[in-house]
Design a protein around this ligand. Structure first.
Ligand SMILES: CC(C)(COP(=O)(O)OP(=O)(O)OC[C@H]1O[C@@H](n2cnc3c(N)ncnc32)[C@H](O)[C@@H]1OP(=O)(O)O)[C@@H](O)C(=O)NCCC(=O)NCCS
Length: 152
């Protein structure tokens, strides 16, 4: 099985990404949220393609935080069930971290459910640290870790 990790290209990628996120993330996102991320920061976001099919995606943005650091943010990450535990999630996050670094990011943050061992494993293996516990962060009432990677 060969996996291609490539940046988001254009709106043709959008239906597959939306389908993936809707199936695997606990929070619902509207089309405006996808466009908010992808129109401006598409080059920072990546998809994983196997045999022509999008099987994973990571969606990011990069903006100045309160006139302070240039902060990258990983908003969504998912890999389809058939392709998990093969390193695809890690490859996607690595590709986006590199793209944000190249774009000048000082730090990168995200939130992950405290019970999401797969996500915590990926981020911590790439150097992210648990910065803050966000109690009952999600609509479901589940708590999250704010994870942070300091780049400078
Ligand atoms: C989390 C997710 C993206 C992981 O994708 P993946 O492609 O399976 O991740 P990887 O194969 O790169 O796994 C990285 C490591 O985490 C481990 N891991 C993956 N899923 C795991 C799980 N459910 N429980 C424990 N460890 C897990 C892998 O074994 C691997 O460990 P290793 O470094 O020792 O080999 C995927 O499970 C998913 O899409 N989940 C649903 C959506 C989601 O939770 N997104 C994250 C929101 S913050």
């Amino acid at each position: 099985m060969s996996v291609e990790i490539r940046p988001y290209r254009d709106e043709n990628d959008l239906p597959a990404i939306q389908k993936l996120m809707a199936a695997h993330l606990s929070e619902p996102y509207s089309i405006y949220t996808y466009r908010y991320f992808l129109v401006t920061w598409g080059k920072l976001s990546h998809v994983a393609v196997v045999e022509g099919e999008v099987v994973g995606a990571v969606i990011c943005r990069l903006a100045r935080h309160k006139r302070g650091p240039l902060r990258g943010y990983i908003g969504m990450l998912a890999v389809s069930e058939d392709h998990r535990k093969k390193g695809i999630g890690t490859m996607l996050v690595k590709a986006s971290v590199e793209a944000m670094k190249e774009a000048g990011a000082d730090e990168i943050v995200l939130e992950a459910e405290t019970s999401n061992l797969g996500a915590l494993r990926i981020y911590e293996s790439l150097g992210f640290l648990r910065d803050k516990l966000l109690e009952r962060y999600y609509l479901s009432g589940v708590s999250a870790w704010r994870l942070k990677l300091w780049l400078k």
